[in-house]
Design a protein around this ligand. Structure first.
Ligand SMILES: Nc1ncnc2c1ncn2[C@@H]1O[C@H](COP(=O)(O)OP(=O)(O)OP(=O)(O)O)[C@@H](O)[C@H]1O
Ligand SMILES: [Mg+2]
Length: 236
């Protein structure tokens, strides 16, 4: 512990060949905090998570994890610094079983999490351990993606639209898993379009528009002012 924030993003700039997407993002997440990132399609939410994780290379600014500079470092370096990611679209390996997907994530890692602990958190995965990724429901795939990220024993979990494509009852189940992780002390940075899930999981929100953070407040303050959701997200 260094006494500072667990995640410190400062003036972060990144994008893709020829197009700048993140236009100077600054954001901190303290140990144990849960922060939701909201914003319309194309605002740069996925690019932000992927730049933190080193999947997209930063061209300016800094990313520090627990005081360690991981700016533009490879994803495995960021993972070892204590960050896990559950990517948009889940990306489980379809031709491999649940257990094989988890074994790959566990390779060369030693930490607080084991495959048995993942199964204890999500017993559904234990029941499906010999099923192929391609045979799983959307909710089961999401649980597998969460399990895979947990095996890196992260202190901060990045989640990119975990509710996407799931039925409401399944969104609730996945939401409960995230709430359980947050209450165990894991820091959470979650991108969500489903406001109910975002509000259930987090205490704070950041709203992105065109590669910038245009609003930051507690969930409670945000919900008190209905015009904010209308103006910033076009909903409500
Ligand atoms: N691999 C890529 N190559 C080129 N441009 C990309 C790539 N990925 C995203 N972009 C562009 O970057 C911008 C931000 O995209 P990003 O996926 O970060 O947005 P988002 O807020 O996550 O959107 P959504 O809510 O639809 O997931 C968009 O204009 C998008 O077209
Ligand atoms: Mg996205």
């Amino acid at each position: 512990m260094n006494g500072g924030p667990l995640l410190e993003v400062k003036d972060l700039v990144s994008g893709y060949a020829g197009s700048r997407v993140l236009d100077g993002i600054s954001l901190t997440v303290n140990a144990g905090d849960a922060v939701a990132i909201l914003g319309r399609n194309g605002a740069g939410k996925t690019t932000l998570l992927e730049t933190i994780m080193g999947m997209v290379s930063a061209s300016g600014g800094h990313v520090r994890v627990n005081g360690k500079d991981v700016t533009a470092k490879a994803p495995n370096v960021v993972s070892r610094a204590g960050v896990g990611i559950v990517p948009q679209g889940r990306r489980v390996f379809a031709p491999l079983t649940v257990e094989e997907n988890l074994e790959i994530a566990l390779r060369k890692r030693s930490g607080d999490w084991s495959i048995e602990r993942v199964y204890d958190l999500m017993p559904r995965l234990r029941e499906r351990r010999t099923n192929l990724g391609s045979q799983l429901s959307g909710g089961e795939q999401q649980m597998l993606a969460i399990g895979r990220a947990l095996l890196g024993s992260p202190r901060l979990m990045l989640l990119d639209e975990p509710s996407d494509g799931l039925a409401p009852t399944v969104v609730e189940q996945v939401g409960q898993i995230i709430v359980d992780l947050a209450s165990s002390g894991m820091a959470i940075l979650i991108v969500e379009q489903d406001l109910r899930l975002a509000f259930a999981v987090s205490e704070d929100i950041a709203i992105m528009r065109k590669g910038e953070i245009v609003h930051r407040s507690s969930v409670a303050d945000f919900r008190r002012d209905e015009r904010l959701a209308q103006n910033l997200l076009g909903v409500g």
